[in-house]
Ligand binder design. Structure first.
Ligand code: SAM
Length: 255
């Protein structure tokens, strides 16, 4: 295992500090029998992130945080592994495993370099995990390596448009103004104590995914329901009803 890259070291410190704020929401998500996704809680029946046939399959969550997505997959009969860069997030995950009587491996590590053999999984997923906080040039090929031919990768993350419109000031919601150039964005660091995010353009994603051996099956621009609510201050419902603030990529490893 090589030394952690600087953005991973920084994101580890940031997420260890933020973990207490994610414990309560994580507990609520663990208790949910029907998955809901992203900051607006869009139902699984609308987005279909999880395959119908997870029972008996090997699945990995890349940047699992409190691991509620892993729990939903385990309850559907998958053999699940979660990996996360934050020991503090994983502490919540382990507490939830005990509370809910579910046991699956939780690895403390970098999703850009997973200590597991090639072709170990049928399905990989990330909801605001590695897909936002790890370098796509590193974690996407790693996901391809971990998947068996025909295996699927699904991830949900802030939209590229959202990244262009989010103000630098913490807690201030996006407006209809472009705040930063699109060309050359890729890596984004807000001022202050925030971590390092990655926001490739759609063209960048397509090239990265295809070069890693994936075929793109879908790109869903998520639209919350009228009346939906979020605990996050960086986007309003009015904005999210007019422009996509989240997107879901569904890709399949070429056979
Ligand atoms: C927002 S949480 C995602 C979990 C959950 N789905 C959620 O939305 O709360 C982001 C997680 O990504 C993890 N993370 C960041 N960089 C990572 C990396 N390079 N490898 C693995 N996990 C990483 C963080 O430690 C954090 O727990």
């Amino acid at each position: 295992m090589s030394e952690l890259p600087p953005h991973v070291v920084r994101n580890r410190a940031v997420w260890d500090a933020w973990a207490p704020d994610y414990a309560g929401p994580g507990e609520a998500s663990w208790a949910r029998s029907h998955p809901t996704w992203g900051i607006w809680g869009v139902p699984e029946s609308e987005l279909a992130l999880l395959p119908d046939d997870l029972a008996g399959k090997d699945a990995i969550e890349l940047g699992c945080g409190t691991a509620y997505v892993s729990a939903w997959m385990a309850r559907r009969g998958a053999r699940v592994v979660g990996i996360d860069n934050s020991a503090a997030q994983l502490a919540t995950a382990r507490r939830m495993q005990q509370r809910h009587g579910l046991d699956f491996p939780l690895l403390h590590g970098n999703a850009e370099e997973v200590p597991l053999p090639d072709a170990s999984f049928d399905f990989a997923i990330s909801e605001y995990g590695a897909c936002l906080w790890a370098d796509p040039a590193r974690w996407v090929p790693e996901a391809a390596r971990l998947l068996r031919p025909g295996g699927r990768l699904v991830f949900l993350v802030n939209s590229y448009l959202m990244a262009l419109c989010t103000p630098d000031e913490e807690g201030v919601a996006a407006t209809d103004r472009l705040r930063r150039p699109a060309f050359g964005l890729y890596r984004l660091e807000y001022p202050g104590d925030s971590g390092v995010e990655f926001h490739p353009s759609h063209g960048d994603w397509i090239r990265l995914l295809r070069a890693a051996g994936f075929e793109i099956e879908d790109l869903i621009e998520v639209r919350p329901a009228d009346g939906a609510a979020t605990r996050y201050p960086f986007v309003t419902l009015d904005w999210a009803r007019r422009w996509p603030c989240e997107e879901v990529w569904k890709v399949r490893r070429r056979s």
